[in-house]
Design a protein around this ligand. Structure first.
Ligand code: NAD
Length: 483
């Protein structure tokens, strides 16, 4: 099986391209640390070829398609992704440690849902939109934004790529997808499905590569729009370049979101949701509610309950159906997370669960799900994105302080409010400075715009709003109609 996981070529211009260089990445299975496969990494010449192919496709018949024509192709593409969904989901779990039960939804089937949704919106772009104003008639045309550079991280590699590909193709753009080296293998599901669905050559090009290839792509003169998901540090660097170039960019970045547990919260509801809301994908989730804000009146009860819940989570092989916490993506990520845990220990916070590598999981990149209580909101473990299974609990005295603590963060991506009073919960949610927030629930949906404020990013993906960045508006002024 291992041999079939090697991907030595890139997908460029509808064909398999032999890499210009010889840089290859070896992907190790997250649960065992053993080799899973290899993938070629793009050099600048490969990126040039990808952008040129995307450019040619845009100038070719694809650039003249109607939205309705594209909708058909996008639906076929989505169906081809869906057909290999279980296989892709399993591959991602092996690459990045995501429990398979979650990966089947997030990586296996979510992309097809997004492809179907944006296929549905594509035909709407064809509508003749003529506006009769006081000075002229204006025909508003919705044209493709052009060649899109889509750069994605390793944590939800299929869903995050689909959030860009589906609206980009619906709008008539062409795409160069640069996935992370850590999840280079699963990215080929897009190439395989595109070939099978008959996507015209060059409309999608897949070139795994590292940071250098990414930054070369962002600056490339042939790129018209950048869509990035990843760390805030990389997002800032990309934003600076795009600012200089005046190149449109969407940035989906890091987070450090709060779970505000109100005094009247039903703890059973909160605890049942906790693994998914705060520790999804082993904590490797940008919108996770990892800062738990607990009222002083119920503080000990909440710390004990969160600790017991986290200690009860089943840590293990991500491919096992019952596993709730799998390994982290890499040895380097495990080191980073353990360094945060050490910083937490030194900060004087009280470790109530986890804190180490599980004794029965020395292989692979496991970290015990961990809880720190009595954490000051000024402490680095309350401020920095850890991106592992580490929660902090901070007490508050009243609602205003809870809201202030939730908002006292560089980030603003997710967040949740837990209360027996749904209406009061929505009022609290309205006071939280964030791009998304859940009340007694948190789940992304294809219809809901997703994205951050502050250092969590710029722009939105999903929903009709997620299509707009890929559409270039052109106003064609026409003479007023004869009266
Ligand atoms: P990362 O920023 O290191 O890398 C992300 C991608 O960008 C990779 O493909 C990488 O090769 C590329 N890259 C890195 N530096 C670049 C540069 N200067 N120019 C161009 N490309 C560059 O992030 P990661 O470690 O892969 O992913 C984890 C981060 O992603 C976390 O901070 C997480 O919060 C964030 N994330 C955000 C969202 C969101 O929607 N807001 C979703 C998932 C992950």
């Amino acid at each position: 099986m291992e041999a079939t996981l090697d991907r030595p070529d890139f997908f460029v211009g509808g064909d398999w391209r032999t890499p210009a260089g010889d840089e290859v990445t070896e992907i190790l299975e997250a649960a065992t640390g053993k080799p899973l496969g290899t993938a070629a990494l793009a050099a600048s010449t490969d990126v040039d070829a990808g952008v040129a192919a995307a450019h040619d496709a845009l100038r070719g018949p694809w650039g003249r398609t109607t939205g309705a024509e594209r909708a058909e192709v996008i639906r076929r593409f989505g169906a081809a992704l869906k057909a290999r969904g279980r296989e892709t989901a399993q591959l991602v779990s092996r690459e990045n440690g995501m429990p398979r039960a979650m990966s089947v939804g997030a990586n296996g089937f979510a992309p097809a849902i997004m492809f179907d949704y944006y296929a549905g919106l594509a035909a709407g772009l064809d509508a003749d939109d003529v506006r009769h104003g006081p000075l002229a008639r204006t025909r508003v045309r919705r044209e493709p934004a052009g060649v899109v550079a889509a750069i994605t991280p390793w944590n939800y590699p299929q869903a995050l790529a689909a959030m860009k590909l589906a609206p980009a193709l619906a709008a008539g753009c062409t795409v160069v997808l640069k996935p992370s080296p850590e999840t280079a293998l699963d990215a080929y599901a897009f190439a395989d499905a595109a070939a099978e669905a008959g996507l015209p050559p060059g409309v999608l090009n897949v070139l795994p590569g590292g940071r250098e290839a990414g930054s070369y792509l962002v600056e490339h003169p042939g790129v018209d729009k950048v869509a990035f998901t990843g760390s805030t540090a990389a997002g800032r660097a990309i934003g600076e370049v795009c600012g200089r170039l005046l190149r449109p960019v969407t940035l989906e970045l890091g987070g450090k979101s709060a779970a505000l547990v109100a005094e009247d919260a039903d703890l059973d509801v909160f605890l049942a949701a906790l693994p998914e809301v705060s520790l999804a994908n082993n904590g490797q989730t940008c919108h996770a509610s990892t800062r738990i804000l607990a009222p002083r009146s119920r503080y000990a009860e909440i710390v004990d309950a969160v600790t017991d819940t986290v200690k009860s989570l089943r840590v293990g092989d991500p491919l096992e159906r019952t596993t709730q916490i799998g390994p982290l993506v890499s040895a380097a990520q495990r080191e980073r997370v353990l360094a945060h845990v050490d910083a937490g220990r030194r900060s004087g916070a009280r470790l109530t669960a986890g804190g180490s590598i599980p004794a029965d999981r020395p292989e692979g990149w496991f970290v015990e799900p961990t809880v720190f209580a009595d954490v000051e909101n000024t402490s680095p473990i309350a401020r920095e994105e850890i991106f592992g299974p580490v929660l902090v609990v901070t007490p508050y005295s009243d609602e205003d302080e809870a809201v202030a603590l939730a908002n006292d963060s560089e980030y603003g991506l997710g967040g949740t409010v837990w209360t027996a009073d749904q209406e009061r919960g929505e009022a609290l949610a309205a006071r939280i400075e964030t791009g998304t927030v859940g009340v007694n629930h948190y789940a992304l949906d294809v219809l809901g715009p997703f994205g951050g404020v502050k250092a969590s990013g710029l722009g939105r993906e999903l929903g009709p709003e997620g299509l707009a960045p890929y559409v270039a508006l052109k106003s064609v002024y026409l003479p007023p109609e004869a009266r």
